[in-house]
Design a protein around this ligand. Structure first.
Ligand code: HEC
Ligand code: HEC
Ligand code: HEC
Length: 365
């Protein structure tokens, strides 16, 4: 008994000395004590295996548009630490402890469901960050789709969108104050949203070329504050200043409308489209579904600049947004309340029909 007590007191004094006097060296330049790395890494692997979602929960990760979206986010948020395929890691990232594995190694030992868990939750005390939005999983899967494509050797890291030759974006509007916004757009938005705000048919990325400046600015603020959740857009908007948001919104709304005619409808079901048409015009027996067109068009009378036009957005994007509204996971600007009132009585079938109807309409402002 006595001996145990003495040992316990000695251990406690030792711990106080190490922690309280700063004797434990936290320097990232010194590796862990022998065995510690093994313990940490084994604990990490087992924790991922235990908690990852099941095989059935993994969505289809093959659509190239989903992989493109994931790659766009990866370049913004992950490549600094893990590098692009075929590229070396940054020297500063290599000086971390543990050093982030190169992407090709990072994906080697894991299945998609494990990667999902790691990207969503991050890894404590390692520098691997958690996903910024905990309310949504769909955008995490986009990144997993990219990681899976890398694992299969299908993506080698070349940029998906060709950047326009230097400077000509800035000149396009012919107005000098917009030039800095053009540069921000080119460096931080173009790879996903495309040259004129049209993402070249990527159904997961909304077109911006139909949106009014006031809605773009309010949406960017909502992403920046986290009121509207999207791990991808929260990252893209997080470091924009107020003046940059205002300038970007003006820049986007003043873009050339050359690509407004480009509109890939995909396979729509005519019956659903006409059911959506009726619903959108408020022609349903369900009294609690308001007329969508009064706020979203198409209508001949001018609408508020705070209501996004839906015509010409992809069916996938519209459907996903409606599902998010319905499940209470879509926040937004201070006008989001209007949608929270419009949505509760819509069924899944109604939402599909409405998404198909608006996707069938030619893009317009
Ligand atoms: C600040 C640096 C940093 C950033 C940014 C970062 N990671 Fe990591 N990541 C790490 C580190 C460090 C580890 C190793 C964790 C460990 O082994 O304990 C890691 C681990 C991983 C792993 C598991 C690798 C393995 O071998 O077990 C994957 C997959 C991964 N990261 C993907 C991503 C993705 C996708 C992003 C962007 C959304 C990202 N990481 C952003 C540092 C980073
Ligand atoms: C990695 C790809 C990616 C990048 C980079 C990106 N976006 Fe987005 N953007 C998206 C996706 C995906 C959405 C849909 C997010 C959602 O579900 O809320 C979106 C949504 C938006 C919306 C809301 C549109 C709507 O109809 O509600 C605006 C505005 C926007 N982005 C502007 C920008 C601007 C400005 C930049 C550059 C600072 C930018 N985005 C960078 C992918 C991206
Ligand atoms: C009273 C006006 C109002 C009515 C009625 C209304 N909406 Fe909305 N809707 C809005 C506003 C405002 C937003 C933008 C909210 C935000 O992001 O802050 C919005 C956003 C949306 C979005 C997301 C668009 C995007 O680009 O992100 C969809 C999809 C949508 N509404 C569909 C519908 C449908 C379908 C109906 C009819 C059942 C409907 N809305 C009825 C005002 C309305």
């Amino acid at each position: 008994m006595k001996a145990t007590l003495v040992w316990a007191i000695l251990a406690a004094i030792g711990a106080v000395l190490v922690v309280g006097l700063g004797l434990y060296n936290v320097s990232a330049r010194q590796g862990h004590l022998p065995g510690v790395s093994w313990v940490l890494h084994t604990a990490y692997k087992n924790a991922v295996w235990l908690r990852a979602p099941s095989e059935e929960e993994v969505p289809d990760l093959t659509p190239p548009s989903l992989v493109d979206l994931g790659q766009g986010h990866y370049e913004n948020a992950c490549a600094f630490c893990h590098a692009m395929p075929g590229q070396s890691r940054a020297e500063t990232a290599l000086s971390m402890l543990p050093a982030p594995p190169h992407i090709t190694e990072a994906v080697a030992d894991w299945e998609p469901r494990h990667m999902f868990w790691i990207v969503k939750n991050g890894v404590k005390m390692s520098g691997m960050p958690a996903w910024p939005s905990q309310r949504r999983d769909d955008d995490v899967w986009a990144v997993v789709a990219f990681l899976t494509a890398v694992k299969r050797g299908e993506r080698h890291g070349e940029a998906q969108t060709e950047l326009p030759a230097g400077g000509d974006l800035a000149g396009e509007t012919g107005s000098l104050p917009l030039a800095p916004a053009a540069a921000v757009y080119r460096d931080q938005c173009l790879s996903c949203h495309g040259r004129d705000g049209f993402a070249g048919g990527n159904v997961f990325i909304p077109r911006l070329d139909t949106l009014p400046a006031a809605y773009v600015a309010a949406s960017l603020q909502a992403y920046r504050s986290g009121a509207r959740q999207s791990g991808i857009m929260q990252q893209a908007a997080s470091q924009l200043s107020d003046p940059q948001i205002a300038a970007l919104a003006a820049y986007i709304a003043n873009q050339s409308r050359d690509r407004l005619a480009e509109h890939e409808v995909g396979n729509l079901d005519p019956e659903l489209v006409s059911r959506g048409d009726v619903l959108a015009h408020g022609g349903d027996e369900k009294a609690n579904i308001p007329s969508c067109v009064s706020c979203h068009g198409p209508a001949s009378s001018p609408r508020s600049d705070h209501f996004p036009p839906l015509a010409g957005q992809s069916e996938v994007f519209l459907r996903d947004q409606l599902m998010l509204w319905k499940s209470g996971r879509r926040g937004g600007t201070d006008r989001a309340l209007m949608m929270h009132e419009a949505i509760p009585d819509l069924t899944k079938a109604d939402m599909l029909a409405l998404a198909q109807y608006y996707a069938s309409l030619p893009p317009s402002r």
